[in-house]
Ligand binder design. Sequence first.
Ligand SMILES: Cc1cc2nc3c(=O)[nH]c(=O)nc-3n(C[C@H](O)[C@H](O)[C@H](O)COP(=O)(O)OP(=O)(O)OC[C@H]3O[C@@H](n4cnc5c(N)ncnc54)[C@H](O)[C@@H]3O)c2cc1C
Length: 394
Amino acid sequence: MPNSFDVLIAGGGVMGCAIATYLKRFAPTLRVAVIERDVTYARNSTVLSDGNTRVQFNLPENIRMSQYGLEVMATFADEMAVAGERPDIGFRQQGNLFIVDASSREECEEGLATQRGLGADVVWLSITEVARRWPAFALDASMFAGATFGRQDGTLSPHAVLIAYRRKAQALGVQMIDAEIVAITTQQGSVTGLRLADGSNLRAPIVVNAAGAWAARLAASAGVALPVDPVKRQVFVLETALRPAGVLPALFLPSGLYVIHEGEGRFTVGKSYADDPVRDDDFTLDDARFAERLWPELAELLPGFDRLRQVGGWAGLYEVNTLDGNALLGPWPTLPGMFCANGFSGHGFQQCHAVGRHLAELILGKTPTLDLRRFAAARVLEGRPVFESRRRII
Ligand SMILES: Cc1cc2nc3c(=O)[nH]c(=O)nc-3n(C[C@H](O)[C@H](O)[C@H](O)COP(=O)(O)OP(=O)(O)OC[C@H]3O[C@@H](n4cnc5c(N)ncnc54)[C@H](O)[C@@H]3O)c2cc1C
């Protein structure tokens, strides 16, 4: 195996594999390697994600990134086919329904105007209209101000998207290296490559940090303090007596509680709490969390969920950007050669296509198709946070 490359990508999740694919599409002779320590992807956030995509953001950058994702989805199976095998990513465009309360109404209306200004298909609905369209989501109209419904939003298989990018990258000539990275190496203040756990070194003038929830740990090995925390999130799978006609939209309540209909009586639910553990090695599912915290809220708001069975679930890690909750993209100003694709804070899966293209453009010195300068990693050092929302949505 060669040990010298033009670009090394640390982490073979959806970001790492998408960046590698775009690099090789733009520059077929570039020598690119992706280093991943666990190709079963057991703890990888992409695979443990809910796989939801939405155009319902407030910042134009986030909206445009998701819109590009939708564009990519339209031809994904053909574009990503390898040896005639077309990936099936199971895109279910059932729409996302965000319930709005009085305190979030003004901000929501501003967001809606921005989304529609960018051509997104999002509409305002009254709580009565929500109940008429989807009786399973009949809410107490005195508690909420209305809802926004984005018809283009939906859910797809993160595992299938990740594997499609991985296979495509490989087919385009990217070297996949199955190894644990222990450090980003530097010399005279610039990146020189990566050191692996077996003591060997890979050399390259450019290293992309795509290590997800472990990104800060990797950056620290080169003396860089990246504000990215690994935060445990849990998803519970429910079997209910509900049998809605068709697939319901994914429901997001102002408290952060979300309910995704998987078909028939099956739903996945989750909610982020301020006391979610911040550590990168806890993947146990805490059933009591559902029984004692999530279920009482769910049953109180949605009577159809008063009787159900929790039939499964899983825990994964958000890579939370503690500065402002948005992506950290591009070069790290004080360490030439280090590029970031980090801090996606629970909404990274849908951004993988835009991030893949953007990082490849930056690395190759091309003019970026999307202007994502507000998400430049440099804002950490400049103390310039860019907040998506006055309230938390996913
Ligand atoms: C429960 C949950 C639900 C989510 N729901 C959504 C959603 O609905 N929509 C959405 O858009 N996003 C969602 N996300 C967020 C999304 O999953 C992430 O933002 C995205 O997948 C990040 O991709 P990544 O490639 O950066 O990280 P990962 O997929 O975690 O990949 C990073 C890889 O780096 C590897 N790695 C790390 N350190 C090393 C090392 N030292 N050596 C070698 N390899 C290393 C890891 O093994 C891992 O495979 C969710 C996340 C979770 C946990």
